[in-house]
Design a protein around this ligand. Structure first.
Ligand SMILES: [Fe+2]
Length: 272
């Protein structure tokens, strides 16, 4: 009896030690995964800061595009993984414009020459090339960026992809990108109203844009959300409290979901 209870105690101790070790391993694995996620978010955040530093107008544009693209993606019922891809593609879709060969062209108010137009059309592939080292971690990112000027009818660039051959993330971002371009002043056109922009998106249904996604974009609840987001984005920005001199920047959201005036707060699950 005494022996049996000693064996039992020994088993119990071994079991406890084993469970503690397994628990420790799990905890370590979890914290390493969390750290890796935070590192990847911080890397992308740093890349976004580089865009801001180089061209604040593009930095503001890509954030608005990300906001609109996420509204569209959520309304289309896309899963969380795809929404994260959409966000990344939206935030970095124009990174190719920062290429040395294109910077002067993009900042020159004169009308584009045919040669300059051809050069501008290289920016999706230049962006994909910049982002290529991230492909093993985010395969949709360079592909989506390369395809953001493709058109549903196959007349876009750089590859003339048609219909569903265009990556879904690029089809979502293309609508958000065009909407933002229309509602903001560009080299040869004034900013147009929300209604005019919606009309232009409708006109591109089935030619420039994925018709199903356009239907979602034009649906009353999505229209309302986009209009609200547009008004909010166009409001003058207040200085963020964490930008005060001497204060450290908060750690970025681990989901890398960009939200105006709430950087550093915990990320909301896109599905909730
Ligand atoms: Fe672009």
């Amino acid at each position: 009896m005494f022996l049996a209870s000693r064996v039992y105690m020994k088993d119990l101790v071994q079991l406890s030690v084993g469970a503690a070790a397994a628990g420790g391993l799990l905890y370590r694995e979890h914290s390493m995964r969390t750290r890796a996620e935070r590192l990847s978010a911080a890397t992308l955040e740093a890349l976004l800061n580089a865009i801001d530093a180089n061209d604040a107008t593009t930095g503001a544009h890509v954030r608005r595009v990300a906001t609109y693209a996420l509204i569209l993606g959520e309304a289309a019922g896309l899963d969380e993984h795809t929404l994260h891809s959409i966000e990344r593609v939206a935030l970095f879709h124009d990174i190719g414009k920062l290429h040395e060969a294109l910077t002067d062209i993009f900042h020159d108010p004169a009308k584009l020459t045919p040669e300059e137009r051809r050069a501008v059309m290289t920016h999706p592939q230049r962006g994909a090339d910049v982002l290529a080292p991230l492909a093993p971690f985010f395969p949709d990112l360079p592909k989506g960026v390369a395809a953001h000027h493709e058109r549903w009818d196959g007349t876009g660039y750089p590859r003339g992809l048609k219909g569903r051959r265009i990556p879904l993330v690029a089809r979502v971002v293309a609508i958000a990108d065009s909407f933002d371009a229309i509602t903001h002043r560009r080299r040869y056109s004034h900013a147009r109203s929300f209604s005019e922009a919606m009309r232009a998106i409708k006109e591109g249904r089935g030619t420039q844009f994925d018709p199903d996604l356009v239907d979602v974009f034009l649906s009353p609840p999505v229209r309302a959300k986009i209009e609200k987001a547009m008004r909010k984005a166009n409001m003058p920005h207040r200085k963020q409290s964490n930008r005060r001199r001497g204060e450290a920047q908060p750690a970025p959201d681990i989901t890398f979901r960009w939200r105006p005036r709430s950087r550093g707060s915990r990320a909301r699950d896109p599905q909730t």
